[in-house]
Design a protein around this ligand. Structure first.
Ligand code: NAD
Length: 492
């Protein structure tokens, strides 16, 4: 069986201690690969390679157009291998193939977007208040960037980090989730082909602690960009204080999807389901709280229950599958624990609520699409991110109540409103304390637009020009057009 390796300083290398880890397919829990399982010394080796590439190697001297050419080549390669990438992510993550195909297409688009940005104007000039002075800014790379990502979008999360990081001229070290390294390894083969010099992009496979924690704590790393859970995000922020490295965090959410009685009923119904059950609910921006106008609940909820019961749950490789397995046994147990806690705390199960154990799906980590109503405001399933196919429904009578309930969370990643009243849609969306919002839609994401959360959903933004700027330092340059003495000191 193939062993997946680290890619450090342009070479494929095994972890120094020689340990390996089994990589599983969540639809069957069968072993699909072995991955080298790194330790702190491997993380240190990657930092050394990245430092050398940035501080003294050719990578630190590249121009925007140089980097653009390589990133355009990489975008073309990812596009050429899109179906292969989709299949790798379906096998390793479980998501239905049609979703993995979207991810692969988005990944190529993300490299292409940042390739374009790398050669575009970067700085500003200022009126300096002195005719003999010119004041201007340039954007420069931050240096060595550690990039730590989760398992829910194995390819796309890697690309959201690498594309802006490399476009801006940083030397990058990617640490994928220890559960989903497969597509990242294939991506690094293409990075090599696209002509990135040794050390510009490095890959270290292994667990959060010690690999991620070593990267986050190192004084030789200038920035850590993290996507994952809030507990880990806090650890990373703490670890980063040693050298006050730059930190960006993309964390979780408990995002509201507000449906008014005047909304297009069928659209609102389908998006309520899409918002939570796309990606098995293992999506940071999932619409996990349906905030529904009470006057239509009698019609909406029975339709929702019936439609959820018909969602085709299965192996992601089956083209008919609409929802795949959860990432691991442990995560499935966590989600089932939340379902039990919902019942214990008095919520009513509208549909689902169980693991699927019959037939071939019994070997995998499949949970039924689940909806709860009558959920107490302080129940754990109302307040905590479940990161699985579990929707909670909360009813409201007035616009004010809908907004209050939507914002009653420590998170602020995403949210949506469904209504046919354009002014109401604007009023409500502007009062949502969330970074990514939709009106009469849920989930579309664009490489060109910023991604990130308010409140405890994170710090900073990825994607778009914001995501690029987050990988740069801004330098002010002041130029004296009339060099000469200023006579501040009389005796020179
Ligand atoms: P996680 O926090 O457990 O792990 C994420 C990554 O951090 C993994 O690579 C892991 O190995 C690493 N890690 C773990 N401990 C570490 C440590 N002490 N130091 C450094 N790195 C460490 O998260 P997960 O379970 O993989 O992913 C689920 C979470 O990710 C959810 O909360 C979800 O909302 C969030 N998420 C957010 C976004 C977003 O864009 N906001 C996107 C996807 C996922």
């Amino acid at each position: 069986m193939k062993t997946l390796l680290n890619h450090i300083n342009g070479r494929w290398v095994a972890a120094q201690q020689g340990a390996t880890r089994e990589i599983l397919n969540p639809a069957s829990n069968g072993v699909i690969a072995k991955a080298t399982d790194s330790g702190a010394t491997d993380a240190e080796a990657a930092i050394t390679a990245a430092r050398a590439a940035f501080d003294g190697g050719p990578w630190g001297q590249t121009t925007g157009p140089d980097r653009a050419a390589r990133l355009f080549a990489l975008a073309d390669l990812v596009e050429k291998h899109a179906e292969e990438f989709a299949r790798l992510d379906t096998e390793n993550n479980g998501k239905p193939l049609r979703e993995a195909r979207f991810d692969a297409a988005d990944a190529a688009g993300c490299f292409r977007y940042y390739a374009g940005l790398a050669s575009k104007p970067q700085g500003q000039t200022y009126s300096a208040g002195d005719p003999n002075m010119v004041c201007m800014t340039v954007r420069e790379p931050i240096g060595v960037c550690a990039q730590i990502i989760p398992w829910n979008y194995p390819l796309l999360m890697a690309v959201w980090k690498l594309a802006p990081g490399l476009a801006a001229g940083n030397a990058c070290i990617l640490k994928p989730s220890e559960m989903t390294p497969v597509s990242a390894v294939r991506l690094f083969e293409l990075i090599e082909q696209a002509g990135f010099p040794p050390g510009a992009a490095n890959l270290v496979l292994g667990p959060g602690d010690p690999v991620g924690s070593t990267l986050a704590a190192s004084d030789r790393v200038d920035k850590v960009a993290f996507t994952g859970g809030g507990v880990t995000g806090r650890k990373i922020m703490t670890a980063a204080t040693g050298n006050l490295k730059k930190v960006t965090l993309e964390l979780g959410g408990k995002s509201p999807n507000i449906v008014f009685a005047d909304a297009d009923f069928e659209a609102a119904l389908e998006f309520a389901m899409f918002g939570i059950f796309a990606g098995q609910g293992e999506v940071c921006s999932a619409g996990s709280r349906l905030i529904l106008e009470r006057s239509i609940a009698g019609k909406f909820l029975p339709r929702l229950a019936a439609a959820c019961g018909k969602i085709v749950v299965g192996d992601g490789f089956d083209e008919d599958t609409e929802m795949g397995p959860l990432i691991s046994r442990a995560h499935m147990e966590k989600v089932l624990g939340y379902i039990k806690s919902g019942l214990d705390e008095g919520a009513k199960l509208l549909c689902g609520g169980h693991r699927i154990e019959k037939g071939a799906l019994g070997a995998g980590n499949f949970v039924q699409p689940t909806v709860f109503t009558d959920v107490p405001a302080d129940a754990r399933i109302m307040r905590e991110e479940i990161f699985g196919p579990v929707l909670v429904v909360d009813l409201f009578d007035t616009e004010e109540e809908a907004i209050r309930k939507a914002n009653d969370t420590v998170y602020g990643l995403a949210g949506a409103v469904f209504t046919s009243d354009g002014a109401k849609a604007q009023r409500v969306i502007r009062r949502l304390r969330a970074g990514i919002t939709w009106i009469n839609s849920y989930h579309p994401t664009f490489n060109e637009a910023p991604w990130g959360g308010y409140k405890q959903s994170g710090i900073g933004r990825e994607l778009g020009t914001y995501g690029y700027e987050a990988y740069t330092e801004v330098k002010q340059i002041n130029i004296n057009l009339a060099p000469g003495r200023v006579n501040w000191f009389k005796n020179l």
